[in-house]
Design a protein around this ligand. Structure first.
Ligand SMILES: C=CC1=C(C)c2cc3[nH]c(cc4nc(cc5[nH]c(cc1n2)c(C)c5CCC(=O)O)C(CCC(=O)O)=C4C)c(C)c3C=C
Ligand SMILES: [Fe+2]
Length: 441
């Protein structure tokens, strides 16, 4: 970058477009001349363009509110999840980046470029301030959810010797702790941990990828991507109107999940209350904690297991998703039913071990995605579940649940968890508020 080239990170997001002849917003493109532009780009884009043009333009999820979007929002089809290491010690630079991110993120969730006319309207000798691949795609229900990892506050599993670089160590909520080790996992640091996460969910993969790519670009010199994960095919339902999708084992996943309509249960099990923290950590009130686990699934041996074995491992039928011994997906599992002296839902079945009745009532909100990252060089698919859960106190909810599963779950034989992270997800933003403002102010 020479001294005549403005740093895209410094561009005033409120400034008028400098080259109106080229100016179009991502949504404006859907209709007129822009539609031709997208069609000309080829078949894949054609499919997306026509899907977008048939859909109502209102595929916009509100960015601001009491809680961040992307938690109880009806789970979209696609995920790009990124974890960042903060590479500066400058609190001012970090805050400046969070402010820039907030503006760009809000715009992208409305289907707009990161800055007005950023892709092509800033002049021929300026690096575009938007990479452009989402022009014409609409908002696609994009949500961007930010979280802060333990390492932002000082020592963590990723770097036990790290100092409190930003003077926020005393604001770290007690519930934000790295996960303990669990049986039968092979955690890879290069797929784990991180100082900041962004969960991008959308109904168009290119919209989600565009969002992460642009936030990563804007973070240059302040934060660097540590790892990221693409996901497809949601593995949960987070509203009552959504049908239950299937995971890569072929089973309905998300049947007994918490949903947006369960407001009392969400208050109890997901949203952080003021009473959960001393005043220094009240910035988390209305927030939640995210657990991300990359769980590789041994697809090939699973595919050789017979149907009854698969159903006994899960504890539900494969076709209907009904608890074993019952007929309907939403029947309540009856763990007491036996056939002779043998429980119909086996003692080591996944749903028995993860059910609240067997965990002192504990619940979590699941919002994971399937993934397939090609194959592993030995002819096996590198596929699985990118498990995402939100809970109010990870040490009291996710951790005991995972311990119970790791020790006894029959499914463990087919799983290799190899990525693991936790993040504090602050509450939603008020008008004009920027990401992290309540933590840094
Ligand atoms: C620690 C929490 C959980 C992990 C990790 C996990 C991994 C995992 N799960 C499936 C497939 C299914 N899970 C189902 C139910 C279910 N799973 C958890 C928790 C974890 N799962 C809970 C709390 C529940 C609900 C239990 C209940 O109350 O009944 C189901 C059944 C359908 C459903 O209710 O969602 C399936 C199928 C896989 C493949 C997997 C790791 C790769
Ligand atoms: Fe599960």
């Amino acid at each position: 970058m020479n001294d005549r080239t403005p740093d895209p990170r410094d561009i005033d997001t409120d400034a008028p477009p400098r080259s109106p002849r080229r100016g179009f917003s991502r949504r404006a493109v859907i209709g007129g001349a822009g539609a031709g532009l997208v069609v000309a780009a080829g078949g894949v884009a054609l499919g997306r363009a026509s899907a977008s043009s048939q859909s109502p333009p209102a595929q916009v999820v509100e960015f601001r509110g009491e809680h961040q979007a992307g938690i109880t929002t009806a789970a979209q089809d696609r995920l790009h999840f990124a974890s960042f290491d903060v590479v500066t010690d400058s609190r001012d630079d970090l805050i400046a980046m969070l402010r820039r991110w907030t503006s760009a993120a809000e715009r992208m969730t409305r289907g707009e470029e990161t800055v007005d006319d950023g892709a092509t309207g800033l002049g021929d000798y300026t690096p575009p301030a938007d990479t452009g691949e989402a022009l014409g795609l609409g908002a696609a229900n994009l949500t961007l959810t930010i979280g802060f990892g333990p390492g932002l506050f000082g020592p963590s599993a990723a770097d036990p010797d790290r100092p409190d670089r930003f003077g926020i160590g005393d604001r770290k909520p007690a519930a934000l702790q790295d996960l303990p080790g669990f049986a039968a996992e092979k955690i890879e640091p290069a797929r784990s941990y991180g100082d900041i996460c962004i969960q991008a969910c959308a109904d168009d993969p290119q919209v989600a990828v565009h969002a992460i790519r642009n936030l990563a670009r804007m973070a240059f010199g302040v934060a660097a991507v540590r790892w990221s994960q693409l996901g497809f095919g949601r593995t949960s339902s987070t509203t009552q109107s959504q049908s239950t999708p299937r995971n890569l084992f072929g089973f309905k996943d998300g049947t007994n999940n918490l949903r947006a309509e369960d407001t009392e249960l969400l208050d109890r099990w997901v949203w952080v209350g003021a009473e959960d923290n001393p005043p220094a950590a009240h910035w988390m009130t209305g927030g939640t904690y995210l657990v991300a686990r990359r769980i590789r699934m041994d697809i090939e041996p699973w595919d050789r297991a017979h149907l009854l074995e698969q159903e006994q491992i899960i504890g539900r039928t494969k076709a209907a998703g009904a608890p074993l011994g019952q007929t309907d997906e939403f029947d309540t599992p009856d763990f007491a039913v036996t056939s002779g002296r043998t429980p119909v839902i086996p003692r080591d079945a996944h749903i028995r071990l993860a059910h609240p009745d067997n965990l002192g009532g504990v619940r979590i909100l699941r919002r994971g995605y399937n993934f397939t990252d090609g194959s592993d060089g030995f002819g096996h698919l590198d596929a699985g579940l990118f498990f995402i859960a939100f809970n109010r106190d990870t040490g009291r909810q996710f951790v005991p649940m995972q311990h119970a599963l790791s020790r006894k779950d029959a499914m463990t034989e087919y799983l290799i968890p190899n990525g693991s992270s936790v993040f504090a997800i602050p509450p939603g933003l008020g008008p004009d508020e920027w990401w992290g403002q309540r933590l840094f102010d």
